[in-house]
Design a protein around this ligand. Structure first.
Ligand code: F6P
Length: 508
Protein backbone atom coordinates (compact mmCIF):
# COMPACT_ATOMS: atom_id res chain seq x y z
CA UNK A 1 0.00 0.00 0.00
CA UNK A 2 1.26 3.47 -0.87
CA UNK A 3 1.73 5.33 2.35
CA UNK A 4 1.79 8.87 1.02
CA UNK A 5 0.24 9.04 -2.43
CA UNK A 6 1.19 11.84 -4.79
CA UNK A 7 2.69 15.03 -3.52
CA UNK A 8 0.72 16.76 -0.81
CA UNK A 9 1.63 20.37 -1.40
CA UNK A 10 -0.33 22.25 1.17
CA UNK A 11 0.97 22.58 4.66
CA UNK A 12 -2.22 21.17 6.05
CA UNK A 13 -2.08 18.00 4.00
CA UNK A 14 1.56 17.63 5.00
CA UNK A 15 0.62 18.07 8.66
CA UNK A 16 -2.13 15.49 8.34
CA UNK A 17 0.23 13.08 6.62
CA UNK A 18 2.75 13.43 9.45
CA UNK A 19 0.32 12.57 12.26
CA UNK A 20 0.76 9.25 14.06
CA UNK A 21 -1.80 6.66 13.01
CA UNK A 22 -2.88 4.47 15.91
CA UNK A 23 -4.47 1.09 15.23
CA UNK A 24 -8.18 0.56 15.74
CA UNK A 25 -7.57 -1.57 18.80
CA UNK A 26 -5.40 1.21 20.29
CA UNK A 27 -8.14 3.73 19.49
CA UNK A 28 -10.72 1.57 21.23
CA UNK A 29 -8.56 1.82 24.37
CA UNK A 30 -10.43 5.08 24.80
CA UNK A 31 -13.69 4.19 26.58
CA UNK A 32 -15.40 7.27 25.13
CA UNK A 33 -14.60 6.36 21.52
CA UNK A 34 -17.95 4.86 20.58
CA UNK A 35 -19.79 7.84 21.97
CA UNK A 36 -17.47 10.32 20.24
CA UNK A 37 -17.64 8.71 16.83
CA UNK A 38 -21.25 7.53 16.64
CA UNK A 39 -24.51 9.44 16.57
CA UNK A 40 -28.16 8.41 16.56
CA UNK A 41 -29.91 10.94 14.37
CA UNK A 42 -33.66 11.22 14.87
CA UNK A 43 -35.33 11.77 11.51
CA UNK A 44 -38.94 11.90 10.32
CA UNK A 45 -39.04 8.18 9.42
CA UNK A 46 -37.09 6.94 12.45
CA UNK A 47 -33.57 6.97 13.81
CA UNK A 48 -30.41 6.28 11.82
CA UNK A 49 -27.32 5.35 13.84
CA UNK A 50 -24.11 6.50 12.16
CA UNK A 51 -21.16 4.62 13.66
CA UNK A 52 -17.78 5.83 12.41
CA UNK A 53 -15.91 4.47 15.49
CA UNK A 54 -14.33 1.60 13.54
CA UNK A 55 -12.49 4.05 11.31
CA UNK A 56 -8.99 5.31 12.12
CA UNK A 57 -10.10 8.88 12.75
CA UNK A 58 -8.80 10.16 16.05
CA UNK A 59 -8.94 13.57 17.74
CA UNK A 60 -5.73 14.77 16.05
CA UNK A 61 -6.90 13.83 12.57
CA UNK A 62 -10.33 15.31 13.13
CA UNK A 63 -8.71 18.55 14.31
CA UNK A 64 -6.44 18.53 11.24
CA UNK A 65 -9.35 17.94 8.87
CA UNK A 66 -11.32 20.69 10.60
CA UNK A 67 -8.44 23.06 9.85
CA UNK A 68 -8.47 21.84 6.26
CA UNK A 69 -12.24 22.43 6.08
CA UNK A 70 -11.71 25.96 7.33
CA UNK A 71 -8.94 26.61 4.83
CA UNK A 72 -11.07 25.30 1.94
CA UNK A 73 -13.96 27.48 3.19
CA UNK A 74 -16.31 24.63 3.84
CA UNK A 75 -18.87 26.78 5.70
CA UNK A 76 -18.96 29.44 2.98
CA UNK A 77 -19.19 26.84 0.21
CA UNK A 78 -22.01 25.04 1.99
CA UNK A 79 -23.82 28.37 2.43
CA UNK A 80 -23.31 29.10 -1.29
CA UNK A 81 -24.75 25.70 -2.19
CA UNK A 82 -27.92 26.29 -0.21
CA UNK A 83 -28.18 29.94 -1.33
CA UNK A 84 -28.37 28.91 -4.99
CA UNK A 85 -25.08 30.63 -5.87
CA UNK A 86 -22.86 29.47 -8.72
CA UNK A 87 -21.08 26.42 -7.26
CA UNK A 88 -20.49 24.76 -10.63
CA UNK A 89 -18.11 27.25 -12.28
CA UNK A 90 -17.32 25.23 -15.41
CA UNK A 91 -21.00 25.28 -16.37
CA UNK A 92 -21.69 28.58 -14.59
CA UNK A 93 -24.57 27.02 -12.65
CA UNK A 94 -25.96 26.66 -9.17
CA UNK A 95 -26.67 23.16 -7.82
CA UNK A 96 -30.18 23.43 -6.43
CA UNK A 97 -31.25 19.89 -5.55
CA UNK A 98 -31.94 20.92 -1.94
CA UNK A 99 -34.49 23.50 -3.17
CA UNK A 100 -36.50 20.54 -4.48
CA UNK A 101 -36.72 19.44 -0.82
CA UNK A 102 -37.67 22.91 0.41
CA UNK A 103 -34.28 24.38 1.42
CA UNK A 104 -32.64 26.95 -0.79
CA UNK A 105 -33.13 30.27 -2.50
CA UNK A 106 -36.74 31.43 -2.02
CA UNK A 107 -37.56 31.67 -5.74
CA UNK A 108 -36.09 28.21 -6.39
CA UNK A 109 -38.03 26.69 -3.50
CA UNK A 110 -41.23 28.27 -4.84
CA UNK A 111 -40.49 26.99 -8.33
CA UNK A 112 -39.90 23.50 -6.95
CA UNK A 113 -43.17 23.61 -5.01
CA UNK A 114 -45.03 24.61 -8.20
CA UNK A 115 -43.40 21.72 -10.08
CA UNK A 116 -44.39 19.30 -7.32
CA UNK A 117 -47.97 20.57 -7.43
CA UNK A 118 -48.12 19.86 -11.18
CA UNK A 119 -46.44 16.49 -10.71
CA UNK A 120 -48.88 15.56 -8.00
CA UNK A 121 -51.81 16.59 -10.20
CA UNK A 122 -50.63 14.32 -13.00
CA UNK A 123 -49.82 11.40 -10.69
CA UNK A 124 -53.22 11.60 -9.03
CA UNK A 125 -55.02 11.99 -12.37
CA UNK A 126 -53.36 8.77 -13.53
CA UNK A 127 -54.23 6.99 -10.29
CA UNK A 128 -57.82 8.19 -10.65
CA UNK A 129 -58.04 6.80 -14.18
CA UNK A 130 -58.40 10.18 -15.88
CA UNK A 131 -55.97 9.02 -18.60
CA UNK A 132 -57.62 5.60 -18.90
CA UNK A 133 -56.45 2.43 -17.23
CA UNK A 134 -52.69 2.63 -16.51
CA UNK A 135 -51.09 -0.50 -15.09
CA UNK A 136 -47.53 -0.04 -16.35
CA UNK A 137 -45.06 2.78 -16.85
CA UNK A 138 -41.97 2.29 -18.98
CA UNK A 139 -39.56 4.88 -17.60
CA UNK A 140 -36.86 5.62 -20.16
CA UNK A 141 -33.76 7.48 -18.99
CA UNK A 142 -30.10 6.83 -18.26
CA UNK A 143 -27.57 7.78 -15.57
CA UNK A 144 -29.12 10.24 -13.14
CA UNK A 145 -32.39 10.06 -15.03
CA UNK A 146 -32.72 6.37 -14.17
CA UNK A 147 -30.61 5.31 -11.19
CA UNK A 148 -32.52 7.25 -8.51
CA UNK A 149 -36.01 6.13 -9.60
CA UNK A 150 -34.77 2.56 -10.01
CA UNK A 151 -33.25 2.51 -6.52
CA UNK A 152 -36.22 4.10 -4.76
CA UNK A 153 -38.82 1.94 -6.53
CA UNK A 154 -36.86 -1.27 -5.95
CA UNK A 155 -36.42 -0.35 -2.29
CA UNK A 156 -39.91 0.88 -1.48
CA UNK A 157 -42.46 -0.42 -3.98
CA UNK A 158 -41.87 -4.14 -3.70
CA UNK A 159 -45.35 -5.30 -2.75
CA UNK A 160 -48.00 -2.72 -3.45
CA UNK A 161 -46.88 -0.65 -6.39
CA UNK A 162 -49.78 1.52 -7.63
CA UNK A 163 -48.39 1.27 -11.17
CA UNK A 164 -45.72 -1.25 -12.19
CA UNK A 165 -42.66 0.76 -13.26
CA UNK A 166 -40.07 -0.70 -15.65
CA UNK A 167 -36.93 1.43 -15.80
CA UNK A 168 -35.09 1.09 -19.10
CA UNK A 169 -31.71 2.75 -19.50
CA UNK A 170 -29.46 0.74 -21.78
CA UNK A 171 -29.43 1.34 -25.53
CA UNK A 172 -29.14 -2.44 -25.92
CA UNK A 173 -32.56 -3.33 -27.32
CA UNK A 174 -32.67 -6.36 -25.02
CA UNK A 175 -33.44 -3.97 -22.16
CA UNK A 176 -36.45 -2.41 -23.86
CA UNK A 177 -37.68 -5.77 -25.12
CA UNK A 178 -37.69 -7.06 -21.56
CA UNK A 179 -39.98 -4.18 -20.56
CA UNK A 180 -42.24 -4.72 -23.59
CA UNK A 181 -42.61 -8.38 -22.64
CA UNK A 182 -43.86 -7.39 -19.18
CA UNK A 183 -46.36 -4.75 -20.36
CA UNK A 184 -49.71 -4.62 -22.11
CA UNK A 185 -49.52 -1.71 -24.60
CA UNK A 186 -53.18 -0.87 -23.94
CA UNK A 187 -52.47 -0.04 -20.29
CA UNK A 188 -48.90 1.29 -20.55
CA UNK A 189 -47.60 4.85 -20.34
CA UNK A 190 -44.10 5.98 -21.30
CA UNK A 191 -42.01 8.47 -19.32
CA UNK A 192 -39.08 9.97 -21.22
CA UNK A 193 -36.66 11.23 -18.58
CA UNK A 194 -33.75 13.28 -19.82
CA UNK A 195 -32.41 16.51 -18.42
CA UNK A 196 -31.07 17.54 -21.84
CA UNK A 197 -33.62 15.65 -23.97
CA UNK A 198 -30.78 14.89 -26.38
CA UNK A 199 -29.17 11.77 -24.88
CA UNK A 200 -28.73 9.28 -27.71
CA UNK A 201 -29.69 6.19 -25.70
CA UNK A 202 -32.81 7.75 -24.24
CA UNK A 203 -34.07 9.30 -27.46
CA UNK A 204 -33.50 6.06 -29.39
CA UNK A 205 -35.30 4.01 -26.75
CA UNK A 206 -38.13 6.57 -26.58
CA UNK A 207 -38.65 6.39 -30.36
CA UNK A 208 -38.74 2.58 -30.21
CA UNK A 209 -41.22 2.62 -27.32
CA UNK A 210 -43.46 4.96 -29.28
CA UNK A 211 -43.20 2.68 -32.32
CA UNK A 212 -44.11 -0.29 -30.10
CA UNK A 213 -47.29 1.48 -28.98
CA UNK A 214 -48.16 2.24 -32.63
CA UNK A 215 -47.41 -1.31 -33.76
CA UNK A 216 -49.76 -2.55 -31.08
CA UNK A 217 -52.78 -0.54 -32.11
CA UNK A 218 -52.35 2.60 -30.00
CA UNK A 219 -53.24 5.39 -32.40
CA UNK A 220 -52.19 8.37 -30.32
CA UNK A 221 -48.88 7.14 -28.90
CA UNK A 222 -47.84 10.63 -27.79
CA UNK A 223 -51.03 10.76 -25.74
CA UNK A 224 -49.34 8.18 -23.48
CA UNK A 225 -46.03 9.98 -23.11
CA UNK A 226 -44.86 12.08 -20.18
CA UNK A 227 -41.61 14.07 -20.46
CA UNK A 228 -39.40 14.78 -17.44
CA UNK A 229 -36.76 17.27 -18.49
CA UNK A 230 -34.94 20.55 -18.06
CA UNK A 231 -35.40 21.20 -21.79
CA UNK A 232 -39.21 21.40 -22.10
CA UNK A 233 -39.06 23.06 -25.52
CA UNK A 234 -37.18 20.05 -26.91
CA UNK A 235 -39.79 17.67 -25.49
CA UNK A 236 -42.60 19.65 -27.09
CA UNK A 237 -40.68 19.80 -30.37
CA UNK A 238 -40.29 16.00 -30.21
CA UNK A 239 -44.07 15.67 -29.92
CA UNK A 240 -45.01 15.53 -26.23
CA UNK A 241 -48.11 17.53 -25.30
CA UNK A 242 -47.00 20.37 -23.04
CA UNK A 243 -49.57 19.42 -20.40
CA UNK A 244 -47.55 16.28 -19.85
CA UNK A 245 -44.12 17.92 -19.81
CA UNK A 246 -42.83 18.30 -16.26
CA UNK A 247 -39.86 20.68 -16.46
CA UNK A 248 -37.22 20.91 -13.75
CA UNK A 249 -34.57 23.63 -13.52
CA UNK A 250 -31.18 23.29 -15.25
CA UNK A 251 -29.62 24.01 -11.86
CA UNK A 252 -30.62 20.52 -10.66
CA UNK A 253 -27.84 18.14 -11.70
CA UNK A 254 -28.74 14.83 -13.34
CA UNK A 255 -27.34 12.67 -10.52
CA UNK A 256 -29.09 14.88 -7.95
CA UNK A 257 -32.43 14.93 -9.75
CA UNK A 258 -34.61 12.21 -8.26
CA UNK A 259 -36.26 14.85 -6.05
CA UNK A 260 -37.50 16.76 -9.11
CA UNK A 261 -39.84 15.55 -11.85
CA UNK A 262 -37.33 12.77 -12.51
CA UNK A 263 -38.98 11.30 -9.39
CA UNK A 264 -42.34 11.12 -11.21
CA UNK A 265 -42.21 7.28 -11.54
CA UNK A 266 -41.46 7.01 -7.81
CA UNK A 267 -44.56 9.02 -6.99
CA UNK A 268 -46.58 7.02 -9.51
CA UNK A 269 -45.46 3.73 -7.97
CA UNK A 270 -45.70 4.73 -4.29
CA UNK A 271 -48.36 7.43 -4.27
CA UNK A 272 -47.78 11.12 -3.62
CA UNK A 273 -47.75 10.90 0.18
CA UNK A 274 -44.78 8.57 0.19
CA UNK A 275 -42.90 10.64 -2.37
CA UNK A 276 -43.45 13.65 -0.09
CA UNK A 277 -42.02 11.61 2.81
CA UNK A 278 -38.93 10.85 0.73
CA UNK A 279 -38.46 14.60 0.25
CA UNK A 280 -39.05 15.25 3.97
CA UNK A 281 -36.41 12.72 4.98
CA UNK A 282 -33.89 14.34 2.65
CA UNK A 283 -34.84 17.80 3.96
CA UNK A 284 -34.15 16.65 7.54
CA UNK A 285 -30.65 15.59 6.45
CA UNK A 286 -30.24 18.95 4.68
CA UNK A 287 -31.00 20.75 7.93
CA UNK A 288 -28.52 18.57 9.81
CA UNK A 289 -25.83 19.28 7.19
CA UNK A 290 -26.59 22.99 7.24
CA UNK A 291 -26.81 23.41 11.01
CA UNK A 292 -24.10 21.19 12.48
CA UNK A 293 -20.45 22.16 12.61
CA UNK A 294 -17.25 20.13 12.74
CA UNK A 295 -17.37 16.39 13.41
CA UNK A 296 -20.97 16.66 14.68
CA UNK A 297 -21.85 17.17 11.02
CA UNK A 298 -22.17 13.56 9.86
CA UNK A 299 -21.60 13.98 6.11
CA UNK A 300 -18.51 16.09 6.94
CA UNK A 301 -17.22 13.52 9.43
CA UNK A 302 -17.70 10.79 6.81
CA UNK A 303 -15.78 12.95 4.32
CA UNK A 304 -12.92 13.30 6.85
CA UNK A 305 -12.71 9.49 6.97
CA UNK A 306 -12.97 9.25 3.17
CA UNK A 307 -10.08 11.69 2.77
CA UNK A 308 -8.05 9.90 5.43
CA UNK A 309 -8.24 6.61 3.55
CA UNK A 310 -7.95 8.01 0.06
CA UNK A 311 -5.24 10.63 0.48
CA UNK A 312 -3.36 9.57 3.60
CA UNK A 313 -3.52 5.79 3.29
CA UNK A 314 -3.68 5.43 -0.48
CA UNK A 315 -6.90 3.38 -0.58
CA UNK A 316 -8.05 3.38 -4.18
CA UNK A 317 -11.53 2.02 -3.57
CA UNK A 318 -14.37 2.35 -1.10
CA UNK A 319 -17.09 -0.27 -0.74
CA UNK A 320 -20.70 -0.13 0.39
CA UNK A 321 -22.52 -3.29 1.42
CA UNK A 322 -26.23 -3.06 2.13
CA UNK A 323 -27.37 -5.86 4.39
CA UNK A 324 -30.82 -5.38 2.99
CA UNK A 325 -32.04 -6.85 -0.28
CA UNK A 326 -34.20 -3.77 -0.81
CA UNK A 327 -31.05 -1.64 -1.07
CA UNK A 328 -29.28 -3.87 -3.57
CA UNK A 329 -29.19 -1.03 -6.11
CA UNK A 330 -27.64 1.48 -3.71
CA UNK A 331 -24.02 0.76 -4.77
CA UNK A 332 -24.92 1.52 -8.40
CA UNK A 333 -26.57 4.78 -7.36
CA UNK A 334 -23.54 5.73 -5.26
CA UNK A 335 -21.18 4.89 -8.10
CA UNK A 336 -22.63 7.63 -10.27
CA UNK A 337 -23.06 10.05 -7.39
CA UNK A 338 -19.49 9.72 -6.16
CA UNK A 339 -17.47 8.88 -9.25
CA UNK A 340 -19.19 11.24 -11.68
CA UNK A 341 -19.07 14.00 -9.07
CA UNK A 342 -15.56 13.62 -7.72
CA UNK A 343 -13.63 11.63 -10.32
CA UNK A 344 -11.70 14.70 -11.43
CA UNK A 345 -8.06 15.66 -12.02
CA UNK A 346 -8.30 19.41 -11.67
CA UNK A 347 -9.43 21.74 -8.93
CA UNK A 348 -12.50 23.94 -9.35
CA UNK A 349 -10.28 26.77 -10.61
CA UNK A 350 -8.51 24.55 -13.12
CA UNK A 351 -5.32 23.87 -11.12
CA UNK A 352 -3.78 20.47 -10.43
CA UNK A 353 -5.36 18.53 -7.56
CA UNK A 354 -3.24 17.91 -4.46
CA UNK A 355 -3.66 14.13 -4.41
CA UNK A 356 -6.01 11.38 -5.47
CA UNK A 357 -9.67 12.31 -5.93
CA UNK A 358 -12.71 10.01 -5.72
CA UNK A 359 -11.83 6.43 -4.95
CA UNK A 360 -13.63 3.77 -6.99
CA UNK A 361 -16.99 3.11 -5.37
CA UNK A 362 -18.14 -0.47 -5.44
CA UNK A 363 -20.17 -2.81 -3.31
CA UNK A 364 -22.95 -5.30 -3.14
CA UNK A 365 -25.49 -6.85 -0.88
CA UNK A 366 -24.92 -8.82 2.31
CA UNK A 367 -24.78 -11.69 2.91
CA UNK A 368 -24.21 -12.57 -0.78
CA UNK A 369 -21.00 -10.56 -0.96
CA UNK A 370 -19.52 -12.43 1.99
CA UNK A 371 -19.42 -15.55 -0.15
CA UNK A 372 -17.89 -13.80 -3.13
CA UNK A 373 -15.65 -10.80 -2.41
CA UNK A 374 -15.07 -10.57 1.34
CA UNK A 375 -12.00 -12.80 1.16
CA UNK A 376 -10.14 -9.83 -0.33
CA UNK A 377 -11.47 -7.45 2.33
CA UNK A 378 -10.20 -9.68 5.15
CA UNK A 379 -6.90 -10.96 3.79
CA UNK A 380 -6.13 -9.13 0.53
CA UNK A 381 -3.34 -6.60 0.13
CA UNK A 382 -5.76 -3.73 -0.63
CA UNK A 383 -7.20 -1.88 2.33
CA UNK A 384 -10.83 -1.15 1.49
CA UNK A 385 -12.82 1.14 3.78
CA UNK A 386 -16.26 -0.45 3.98
CA UNK A 387 -19.68 0.99 4.77
CA UNK A 388 -22.33 -1.36 6.11
CA UNK A 389 -25.98 -0.36 5.88
CA UNK A 390 -28.77 -2.29 7.58
CA UNK A 391 -32.26 -1.83 9.01
CA UNK A 392 -33.37 -3.07 12.44
CA UNK A 393 -36.92 -3.80 11.25
CA UNK A 394 -37.11 -6.64 8.75
CA UNK A 395 -38.50 -6.10 5.26
CA UNK A 396 -39.87 -9.65 5.19
CA UNK A 397 -42.53 -11.53 7.17
CA UNK A 398 -40.78 -14.89 7.24
CA UNK A 399 -39.37 -16.56 10.31
CA UNK A 400 -37.49 -13.92 12.30
CA UNK A 401 -34.36 -16.04 12.00
CA UNK A 402 -33.83 -14.57 8.52
CA UNK A 403 -33.44 -11.02 9.71
CA UNK A 404 -31.61 -11.93 12.89
CA UNK A 405 -28.99 -13.89 10.94
CA UNK A 406 -28.74 -11.10 8.35
CA UNK A 407 -27.96 -8.50 11.03
CA UNK A 408 -25.64 -10.82 12.99
CA UNK A 409 -23.61 -11.33 9.85
CA UNK A 410 -23.46 -7.62 9.13
CA UNK A 411 -22.15 -6.79 12.60
CA UNK A 412 -19.84 -9.84 12.60
CA UNK A 413 -18.10 -8.59 9.46
CA UNK A 414 -17.29 -5.19 10.93
CA UNK A 415 -16.01 -6.84 14.10
CA UNK A 416 -13.92 -9.37 12.16
CA UNK A 417 -12.38 -6.74 9.87
CA UNK A 418 -11.32 -4.75 12.91
CA UNK A 419 -10.21 -7.53 15.26
CA UNK A 420 -8.49 -9.90 12.81
CA UNK A 421 -7.14 -13.17 14.16
CA UNK A 422 -3.63 -14.43 14.76
CA UNK A 423 -2.63 -17.89 13.57
CA UNK A 424 0.60 -19.85 13.34
CA UNK A 425 -0.50 -20.72 9.79
CA UNK A 426 -0.06 -17.56 7.67
CA UNK A 427 -2.88 -18.64 5.31
CA UNK A 428 -5.27 -18.65 8.24
CA UNK A 429 -4.17 -15.38 9.81
CA UNK A 430 -6.29 -12.24 9.56
CA UNK A 431 -4.35 -8.98 9.91
CA UNK A 432 -7.36 -7.05 11.26
CA UNK A 433 -7.20 -3.28 11.81
CA UNK A 434 -9.38 -2.92 8.71
CA UNK A 435 -11.84 -0.03 8.75
CA UNK A 436 -15.60 0.03 8.45
CA UNK A 437 -18.50 2.35 9.20
CA UNK A 438 -22.08 1.32 9.88
CA UNK A 439 -25.38 3.02 9.19
CA UNK A 440 -28.16 1.28 11.10
CA UNK A 441 -31.68 2.42 10.26
CA UNK A 442 -34.65 1.74 12.54
CA UNK A 443 -36.75 1.00 9.50
CA UNK A 444 -36.38 1.41 5.76
CA UNK A 445 -39.16 3.71 4.60
CA UNK A 446 -39.40 6.69 2.21
CA UNK A 447 -38.17 9.19 4.80
CA UNK A 448 -35.15 7.18 5.95
CA UNK A 449 -34.22 6.36 2.36
CA UNK A 450 -34.47 10.06 1.48
CA UNK A 451 -32.21 10.91 4.42
CA UNK A 452 -29.72 8.21 3.49
CA UNK A 453 -29.45 9.44 -0.10
CA UNK A 454 -29.15 13.08 1.00
CA UNK A 455 -26.44 12.03 3.48
CA UNK A 456 -24.42 10.63 0.58
CA UNK A 457 -25.02 13.71 -1.58
CA UNK A 458 -23.67 15.95 1.17
CA UNK A 459 -20.80 13.58 1.94
CA UNK A 460 -19.85 13.79 -1.75
CA UNK A 461 -20.06 17.58 -1.65
CA UNK A 462 -18.00 17.77 1.55
CA UNK A 463 -15.32 15.56 -0.02
CA UNK A 464 -15.25 17.85 -3.06
CA UNK A 465 -14.78 20.92 -0.87
CA UNK A 466 -11.88 19.28 1.01
CA UNK A 467 -10.26 18.39 -2.32
CA UNK A 468 -11.15 21.81 -3.80
CA UNK A 469 -12.82 20.27 -6.85
CA UNK A 470 -16.10 20.98 -8.62
CA UNK A 471 -18.45 18.02 -7.98
CA UNK A 472 -21.22 19.29 -10.23
CA UNK A 473 -19.82 18.96 -13.75
CA UNK A 474 -18.94 15.80 -15.71
CA UNK A 475 -16.87 16.78 -18.73
CA UNK A 476 -15.16 13.40 -18.70
CA UNK A 477 -18.20 11.71 -20.26
CA UNK A 478 -18.24 13.92 -23.36
CA UNK A 479 -15.35 12.60 -25.47
CA UNK A 480 -16.75 9.07 -25.70
CA UNK A 481 -20.13 10.51 -26.72
CA UNK A 482 -18.46 12.63 -29.42
CA UNK A 483 -16.61 9.66 -30.86
CA UNK A 484 -19.75 7.47 -30.79
CA UNK A 485 -21.59 10.24 -32.63
CA UNK A 486 -18.76 10.49 -35.17
CA UNK A 487 -18.99 6.75 -35.78
CA UNK A 488 -22.76 7.01 -36.25
CA UNK A 489 -22.29 9.89 -38.68
CA UNK A 490 -19.74 7.86 -40.67
CA UNK A 491 -16.76 9.05 -42.63
CA UNK A 492 -14.35 9.52 -39.70
CA UNK A 493 -10.93 7.90 -39.52
CA UNK A 494 -9.90 5.99 -36.40
CA UNK A 495 -6.83 4.22 -35.05
CA UNK A 496 -6.09 0.78 -36.50
CA UNK A 497 -7.53 -1.14 -33.56
CA UNK A 498 -10.84 0.77 -33.50
CA UNK A 499 -11.11 0.64 -37.28
CA UNK A 500 -10.63 -3.15 -37.24
CA UNK A 501 -13.29 -3.61 -34.54
CA UNK A 502 -15.76 -1.47 -36.50
CA UNK A 503 -15.02 -3.40 -39.68
CA UNK A 504 -15.47 -6.74 -37.90
CA UNK A 505 -18.87 -5.60 -36.62
CA UNK A 506 -19.84 -4.26 -40.04
CA UNK A 507 -20.21 -0.68 -38.80
CA UNK A 508 -19.25 2.35 -40.83
O1 F6P B 1 -23.34 11.11 -19.71
C1 F6P B 1 -23.49 11.50 -18.40
C2 F6P B 1 -24.81 12.15 -18.16
O2 F6P B 1 -24.81 13.44 -18.64
C3 F6P B 1 -25.17 12.12 -16.69
O3 F6P B 1 -24.58 13.12 -15.97
C4 F6P B 1 -26.65 12.17 -16.75
O4 F6P B 1 -27.25 11.77 -15.54
C5 F6P B 1 -26.93 11.23 -17.89
O5 F6P B 1 -25.87 11.45 -18.80
C6 F6P B 1 -28.23 11.40 -18.58
O6 F6P B 1 -28.38 12.69 -19.11
P1 F6P B 1 -29.80 13.23 -19.51
O7 F6P B 1 -30.65 13.23 -18.29
O8 F6P B 1 -29.56 14.60 -20.05
O9 F6P B 1 -30.37 12.31 -20.55
Amino acid sequence: MTDLPGDLPTALWAELAALPRPTLSALFGDPGRLQRFSTALDLPGGTIRFDWSKTHLDAAHVAGFERLARSTQFAARRAALFAGEIVNPSEHRAAEHTAQRGLGKDTSVEEAAALHTRMRGLVEAIHDGVLGEVKHLIHIGIGGSALGPKLAIDALAREDSRVAVHVVSNIDGCALEEAFAACDPATTMIAVASKTFTTMETMTNAASALAWLGDNGIEDGFGRVVALTAAPEKAVEWGVDETRVLPFPASVGGRYSLWSSIGFPIALALGWEQFAELLDGAAAMDRHFLDEEGPANLPLLAAFADQFYSRLRGCQTRACFAYDERLRLLPFYLQQLEMESNGKSVTADGGAVHGPTAPITWGGVGTDAQHAVFQLLHQGTNIVPVDFIAAIAPGDVLDEAHHRILLSNCFAQGAALMAGKASSDPARAYPGDRPSATMLIDELNPATLGALIAFHEHRTFANAVLMEINPFDQWGVELGKEIANAIEAGGSKFDASTAALLAAAGIG
